[in-house]
Design a protein around this ligand. Structure first.
Ligand SMILES: Cc1cc2nc3c(=O)[nH]c(=O)nc-3n(C[C@H](O)[C@H](O)[C@H](O)COP(=O)(O)OP(=O)(O)OC[C@H]3O[C@@H](n4cnc5c(N)ncnc54)[C@H](O)[C@@H]3O)c2cc1C
Ligand code: SF4
Ligand code: SF4
Length: 307
């Protein structure tokens, strides 16, 4: 798609920041049109700051009314001022910030731009795949990423809900594990494997060596136009390895042996003879439920349940 000379980007999320920065790199001017004030914009703080540092002009509290054309060509974006709704007014506490604002009649103004990009959210196009959505716009999957009512179909990522790369990759991995079980004729887990988030308080942090975070450095090019250099400087190999060593394996067993060493009943074993997949194995006949293992476990992996 050819780039204009001055691009208006409608939106206030991270994608809008990306689009504005891309326009700048391609040599255009970029004006971002946000319907809300800075403090209510959906984008992350650093994305905003980087977009500004690279030269994006921000216009706040502006609703988009009309793309002004001259024949086939775009010559402007007509906007209108937005104001906050009064408390109690319909939508004043809407979860999406934009809907907490309303237009102020008679305040139209026009931005002179020759290209307009809307970055105001995405949805799916499930035409032909309706049986996978249960009538809605999204793929309907369970905790095994299996499409509801279709045992041979799995899915994830943005088709389930608009999300991030890491979530999409996690969905893909979970779906692959489910498909593997299915193909081996084994049952899929009846329940999600772990629903609760292990909070910092549940970790035994005395167990871990303090280690400061290796921060990535920002290095903006002097001239953004034409530059495709990484702005966020990658960690060195050594720094990346050191970062991964800071992982506290929250909620996962990292085989530190503490539970086995402290169990007064010798109920926890780590022998080659353990059942498949059980590195640490509890012999429940010996366990007296003293909670010592749960208290000592650095990662919060051991949960003393009722069943
Ligand atoms: C501008 C922008 C910036 C983003 N920045 C970030 C970021 O910085 N960090 C981050 O974590 N996430 C970011 N995201 C979100 C991230 O890109 C997505 O969450 C992620 O790519 C979702 O992966 P996915 O595999 O579900 O979908 P996609 O990556 O969209 O892949 C879907 C694939 O399916 C194909 N497809 C579609 N329909 C069909 C069909 N009927 N048959 C066969 N194939 C089909 C498509 O062509 C596409 O290749 C950004 C998204 C956008 C749009
Ligand atoms: S609860 Fe006590 S006896 Fe049971 S496994 Fe843990 S430490 Fe051993
Ligand atoms: S369950 Fe906890 S204490 Fe036992 S080996 Fe795993 S991480 Fe260590």
């Amino acid at each position: 798609m050819p780039i204009g000379r001055h691009v208006a980007v409608i939106g206030d999320g991270d994608v809008a920041m990306d689009v504005a920065r891309l326009a700048l790199r391609l040599g255009a001017q970029a004006t971002l049109v946000s319907g809300v004030p800075r403090e209510e914009m959906k984008c992350s703080g650093f994305e905003f700051e980087e977009a500004v540092a690279e030269g994006t002009r921000m216009v706040y509290l502006a609703g988009s009314v009309e793309v002004v054309r001259d024949g086939e060509l775009v010559k402007g974006l007509k906007c209108i001022r937005m104001v906050k709704k009064e408390q109690g007014e319909e939508g004043w506490d809407h979860p999406i910030p934009f809907f907490r604002f309303k237009v102020e009649p008679g305040t139209e103004f026009t931005l002179e731009v020759d290209q307009v990009v809307a970055s105001i959210g995405q949805t799916t196009d499930m035409t032909g795949l309706e049986q996978t959505t249960g009538g809605g716009p999204w793929l309907k999957v369970d905790h095994n990423q299996q499409v509801e009512g279709m045992s041979n179909v799995f899915g994830g990522g943005d088709a389930v809900r608009i999300t991030l790369l890491t979530t999409a990759i996690g969905h893909g991995r979970k779906a692959a594990e489910s498909m593997d079980l299915l193909l081996r004729g084994q049952p899929l887990p009846a329940r999600p494997s772990r629903q609760d988030v292990i909070r910092f308080e549940k970790l035994k942090w005395d167990y871990f060596q303090p280690a400061s975070q290796k921060k990535r450095r920002l290095d903006h090019p002097r001239e953004v136009k034409g530059s495709w250099r990484e702005v966020l400087v990658p960690l060195t190999r050594e720094q990346a390895v050191a970062e991964s060593a800071r992982c506290m394996s929250c909620g996962l067993c990292f085989e530190c042996n503490q539970c086995m060493l402290f169990c007064p009943q010798h109920a926890i074993t780590r022998f080659p003879g353990n059942p498949e997949g059980e590195v640490m194995f509890t012999i429940y006949e010996r366990c007296v439920g003293c909670h010592i293992c749960a208290e000592i476990c650095p990662t919060g992996y051991i949960d003393m349940g009722m069943d």
